[in-house]
Design a protein around this ligand. Structure first.
Ligand SMILES: *[C@@H]1O[C@H](CO)[C@@H](O)[C@H](O)[C@H]1NC(C)=O
Length: 341
C-alpha cells in the first residue's frame, strides 16, 4: 500500500517516536536498543560499603556490566608465588550475578600493579612462561563460565608504537602474548579474550602497532577475540577518527569495546566545560554505535566520587557522567542521546 506520507515525513515521525521511546530510559537499556551488548561501569570493592552508590550501580537498566577496578590484578590475586586470593573478585562477581550484569575480567598480564616477586625472581624464559601459564590459567579458570570477557594482556605498547620493556617482553619477547592468550583460552573456552590499552582510541602509532600485532596473532591462529580501547580522554581533545579506527579492527574479524571511559577536565568545573564534556561523551558513544562490532562501553566508575583521575592527574577531575553527589551531569544526556541518535 502506498503511504500517504512522504519519505521525509515518515523518517521524521520515526525519529520522534524513537526519541519519545528513549526519554527516561537508562544507559544500558539504550545501548542494547542500539544493538550493543552492554553499557557498564568499573567498581572497586571498598565502594560497595556506600549504599546509595551500590544501589545505583546495581541498577541493571543503567549498568548491564561490571569490571573489577583492582581486585583481579596480579598483585592482588597472587601477591606471593602460589598464594591465590579471589575474595575481592568473588564479591563483585556475586553482585553482578545478583543484578544480572555481565562481568569483564581485568587483567592477567600487566607490568603495573604486578606482584613484586615476578620481577624480583629474575626468572628464565622457561620459568616465566610457566608462571604466566599458571597465573592466567588459574585466574581465568577460577571464573570459568562467569566472565563475558578478559583483558588478557594490558598496556603492552609505548605511545610511539614500540613494545613496552616490561619484565614479560624483556624475558620472552613477543612470545608472551601467545602464551597468555592460549592459557586463557584453555582455562575458559567461552570467554572473549582481549588486548587492552590507552591512547589507542584514534589512528596513531600505538593503535597501528596493535593492528599489526593482532593481525599476526590471527594469522598464527592464536586465540584473540577483541581489542579493548580504554578511553581515558580529555575534554575538548577527543580524537576525530575513533570510528575509522574501530572499523579497521572490526574488519579483522574481532570485537572492539571501550573499556575504561572517562573524559577529564582541568578544575574547576564550569558550565561550558560540562557542555563540552557532554559533546565529547556523545562523540565517543556515536563512534561505538556506528561500528557493528563495538560491543559495549564501560565507564571507569560512574561517579566523580570514586574517580582515579584527581589522584593521578593533579588539578584535573570531574571526568564521569555522575557527579560526586551521584547526580547526573550533562554528560549523561550526551551518552543517552548518542545511543538514540
Ligand atoms: C533503575 O533506575 C530507573 C530510574 O531511576 C528506575 O526507573 C528503575 O526502576 C530502576 N531499576 C531498578 C531495577 O532498580
Amino acid at each position: 500500500m502506498r503511504s500517504p506520507f512522504s519519505q521525509g515525513a515518515r523518517v521524521l515521525a520515526g525519529s520522534i517516536i524513537l526519541l519519545c521511546a528513549g526519554v527516561g530510559a537508562q544507559l544500558d537499556t539504550l545501548a542494547k536498543r542500539a544493538g550493543k551488548v552492554y553499557f557498564g561501569s568499573a567498581v572497586d570493592n571498598p565502594e560497595l560499603g556506600d549504599l546509595p552508590y551500590k544501589t545505583l550501580l546495581s541498577n541493571a537498566s543503567e549498568f548491564g556490566q561490571l569490571t573489577a577496578g583492582n581486585s583481579l590484578k596480579w598483585e592482588t590475586v597472587q601477591p606471593v608465588r602460589g598464594t591465590y586470593k579471589f575474595a575481592g573478585g568473588d564479591e563483585i562477581l556475586a553482585l553482578a550475578k545478583q543484578n544480572r550484569q555481565l562481568f569483564r575480567g581485568h587483567t592477567c598480564v600487566w607490568h603495573s600493579q604486578l606482584a613484586a616477586w615476578v620481577e624480583a625472581g629474575k626468572f628464565s624464559a622457561k620459568d616465566l612462561t610457566a608462571i604466566i601459564e599458571d597465573h592466567c590459567g588459574r585466574l581465568v579458570g577460577h571464573y570459568k563460565g562467569e566472565m563475558y570477557s578478559w583483558d588478557v594482556v594490558n598496556e603492552a605498547f609505548e605511545d610511539d608504537g614500540s613494545y613496552r620493556k616490561s619484565v614479560f617482553y624483556n624475558t620472552l619477547g613477543t612470545q608472551y602474548f601467545e602464551t597468555a592468550l592460549r592459557a586463557a583460552r584453555k582455562a575458559d573456552p567461552n570467554t572473549k579474550l582481549y588486548l587492552n590499552d590507552y591512547n589507542v582510541e584514534g589512528i596513531n602509532s600505538k593503535s597501528d602497532a596493535y593492528y599489526t600485532l593482532i593481525k599476526s596473532l590471527i594469522a598464527k591462529k592464536v586465540p584473540i577475540d577483541g581489542f579493548g580501547v580504554q578511553g581515558h580522554l580529555i575534554v575538548g581533545q577527543v580524537p576525530t577518527n575513533i570510528r575509522e579506527n574501530f572499523q579497521r579492527f572490526a574488519d579483522l574479524g574481532i570485537d572492539v569495546a571501550i573499556t575504561e571511559l572517562d573524559i577529564r577536565m582541568v578544575l574547576p568545573v564550569t558550565p561550558e566545560k560540562l557542555e563540552q564534556q557532554k559533546r565529547d561523551y556523545a562523540a565517543v558513544i556515536r563512534a561505538c554505535k556506528a561500528v557493528k562490532r563495538c560491543v559495549g562501553v564501560t565507564v571507569w566508575d560512574y561517579t566523580d566520587k570514586y574517580s582515579w583521575i584527581p589522584s593521578v592527574f593533579k588539578g584535573e577531575g570531574a571526568a564521569l557522567p555522575w557527579d560526586e553527589n551521584l547526580k547526573k551531569k550533562p554528560a549523561y544526556d550526551g551518552i543517552a542521546s548518542a545511543w538514540l541518535s
